[in-house]
Design a protein around this ligand. Structure first.
Ligand code: DAH
Length: 352
């Protein structure tokens, strides 16, 4: 190759090297091997030459053209490599970041209380029953000696559901677990009927029914959704004395303290007669000396027993309804009920 071609090739290499992007490179390419590029122009100039000259000059031009194309290809490749490199860098995953830790879960504090309540009552021979949260008016109120339009109904601010029951009265989100008293008796009615037929002693009903309950109520100590646990013990010889023994035992086991006093304070519920609120008092610790209400209770009203399909002379006993949320607050020293239902992991993981 002559010096003329050498410098063209060197110029092309230079121009290609200066092109920093594929578009710049294509522009530089056009100046050499494009339609009116240097090499193309030189080719055109061959036409005027003799055959002999065409041969030697043509060969030299071709050689230069090949060298330019090789340089072009090489530059294209290195630009593409650089682009890929930049992209990889931009999209890089920094695998040295600490992973997201999945901490071990745990039971919700109210669930812990529910489990504890179930264990304690199961150890005293109580069955554990579960029932619907959408309940008929009859089960929630009427069966419990609380007929339509009775003023005692206003003791509970109830959520009604847009479905009418058989009596034309809408279903509700159960405002308490007490409907489980009648439901449970109905579920086991065969056992009692068979005992009557055989002349056997009447089987007892001894059950607790923990679960979710609902009322139109919301502040630091009330939540529209809350928990209750119903208790029912009926038999031929079950008395208020048994209620006192059972409930005192329960509280002392639950709070792991014998230093605990109970008070049965006269009250009113349509489904019990007599009725009592149960208050407890710790003798030591931060709550010492204060009476704290933990349950409603009473001797089951004969009308309720009849609505169970049973004979109130044969099934006598007591019922109670307590608040596991309240028990959880007392046990762990939590003073705002809403903390239980906010779902804040920082609060909940303390109970793990
Ligand atoms: N159901 C009552 C309430 O939610 C609590 C209650 C009181 C339940 C007395 C009972 C009972 O079983 O005997 O306010």
């Amino acid at each position: 190759m002559t010096q003329e071609f050498d410098s063209i090739v060197a110029g092309a290499r230079d121009a290609f090297a200066r092109a920093g992007t594929p578009a710049e490179l294509e522009n530089a390419k056009a100046q050499y091997v494009g339609k009116s590029g240097r090499i193309t122009e030189l080719m055109k100039g061959l036409a005027a030459l003799s055959v002999e000259e065409k041969k030697t000059r043509g060969a030299a031009i071709n050689q230069a053209k090949q060298a330019i194309e090789a340089a072009l290809t090489q530059r294209r490749r290195s630009l593409a490599d650089a682009e890929l490199e930049a992209q990889l860098k931009a999209e890089a995953l920094d695998v040295s970041l600490p992973g997201r830790i999945r901490e071990p879960g745990g039971l919700h504090p109210v669930s812990l209380t529910m489990e504890r309540i179930e264990q304690i009552f199961a150890s005293m021979g109580f069955d554990v029953a579960d029932g619907p949260e959408i309940e008929s008016d009859w089960h929630s109120f009427t069966s419990l000696n609380n007929p339509p339009n009775h003023p005692a109904r206003s003791m509970q601010d109830t959520f009604y559901v847009d479905i009418d029951g058989d009596d034309g009265i809408p279903y509700n989100l159960r405002p308490h677990t007490s409907p489980m008293q009648v439901r449970y008796a109905h579920q086991h009615i065969k056992r009692y009927q068979e005992a009557v037929q055989r002349g056997d002693p009447m089987p007892e009903i001894r059950v607790i029914a923990p679960g979710r309950t609902y009322r139109v109520d919301s502040d630091a100590t009330h939540s529209p959704m809350f928990h209750q646990c119903e208790g029912l013990w009926l038999g031929e010889n079950v008395s208020f004395k048994d209620l006192k023994v059972v409930f005192t035992d329960f509280c002392r086991t639950f709070f792991e303290s014998d230093d605990l006093a109970l008070r049965f304070r006269p009250s009113f519920f349509p489904f019990t007669e007599p009725s009592a609120e149960i208050d407890i008092q710790f003798q030591s610790g931060p709550l010492a000396g204060r009476w704290l209400e933990v349950a409603g209770s009473g001797q089951v009203h004969p009308t309720v027993v009849r609505n169970m399909g049973l004979d109130p002379e044969k099934h006598i006993g007591f019922a109670f309804g307590m608040g596991p949320d309240r028990l959880t607050m007392l046990r762990y020293g939590v003073n705002d009920l809403r903390l239980f239902f906010d779902g804040d992991i920082r609060f909940l993981k303390q109970f793990r």
